[in-house]
Design a binder for this molecule. Structure first.
Ligand SMILES: [Mg+2]
Length: 314
């Protein structure tokens, strides 16, 4: 389940071939509440970053094998690692080396012997930028009204889950589109503020019901929401959708004009597929949308579902 803005402690990777330096720096940073990892050479550092990217890297230059400049160059040429700030920490104290380090993309260059307070302060500053950038990246994936993921985040997740399911060869993927019944009329008669409140309440209900980590409720647009249920077969997915439909009804959002109930209700169209190379996840969306259309045309306030395999027509 997507739980809004995440705040975790910062992780720092220290790379130095001298064990004494690693010890010294670890002790120095012990009271800063960072998660500290160490690497004794460049090759090790690259593997450690690949396995689990840190928020910042303190990088020695003089090391046997790959030196710090080469490590920096490799990290900066990789899309996955180029944004990790690198601070060189080195005995090389001539301006040419400093110029080279900064040109390679390091955010800072500190020479040994160093002042403990300077290292600490610069780390804090650069980690603050990392934190701010992460916040902005997370905000860019949230729908501002309902504070659940937006279409952009959904598209990323859909693509990920589709590929994951495709690789596994046997894991069904279920998706659904939920639409609020007569929402335009509700907005017109109750006012936009009430409309917004209703969307927020429905989003919250969906998020509460989708309890597994990979399940996702996202704002699809207007009064439409999207439900992504990885590794879920039709029976399981339909049950979840039905649960959402009932719980939205149980919110009892008063709507005197409603022709179906006296409360705001939702229609849900869903589909379950076993991804195969011949199809794309857009077909999944189209199927869900077609079922939503059926739900709307057969009286609303209901769930309509189907499953499909590649090449098969319902
Ligand atoms: Mg060294």
């Amino acid at each position: 389940m997507f739980s809004g803005i995440q705040d975790t402690s910062s992780s720092v990777l220290i790379v130095d071939d001298a064990p004494d330096n690693l010890d010294l720096l670890q002790r120095l940073l012990a009271d800063e509440a960072y998660e500290i990892r160490v690497a004794p050479n460049g090759e090790f550092a690259l593997r450690a970053v690949e396995a689990n990217p840190p928020d910042l890297i303190l990088l020695d230059i003089h090391m046997p094998g790959l030196d710090g400049f080469e490590v920096c160059k490799l990290l900066k040429s990789n899309d996955r690692t180029r944004d990790i700030p690198i601070i060189f920490l080195t005995a090389l104290n001539n301006p040419e080396d400093e110029g080279r380090g900064l040109t390679l993309g390091a955010v800072d260059y500190i020479t040994k012997p160093f002042q403990a307070e300077i290292i600490k302060a610069r780390l804090r500053t650069h980690l603050k930028y990392v934190h701010q950038r992460n916040l902005l990246e997370q905000l860019a994936k949230l729908d501002p009204l309902t504070e659940i993921p937006n279409r952009r985040f959904l598209d990323e997740q859909l693509e990920n889950e589709w590929s994951r399911s495709l690789r596994s060869g046997s894991r069904p993927l279920s998706v659904a589109i939920l639409d609020v019944d007569f929402f335009k009329k509700y907005n017109d008669s109750m006012g936009h503020l009430m409309g917004d409140k209703a969307l927020i309440a429905i989003a919250r209900t969906m998020t509460q019901i989708l309890s597994r980590p990979a399940d996702l409720a996202a704002r699809f647009g207007g009064e439409e929401f999207f439900i992504l249920l990885p590794d879920t077969d039709q029976a399981g997915a339909e049950m979840i959708a039905e649960h959402i439909r009932k719980e939205v009804g149980a919110l009892a959002i008063a709507y005197p004009d409603a022709s179906v109930t006296h409360h705001l209700s939702v229609s849900i169209g869903g589909t379950t597929a076993l991804p195969s190379p011949g199809i794309g996840y857009n077909e999944l969306i189209e199927r869900a949308d077609a079922n939503l259309y059926k739900a709307k045309n057969s009286g609303r306030n209901r769930v309509i579902w189907s499953s499909f395999l590649a090449g098969e027509d319902e």
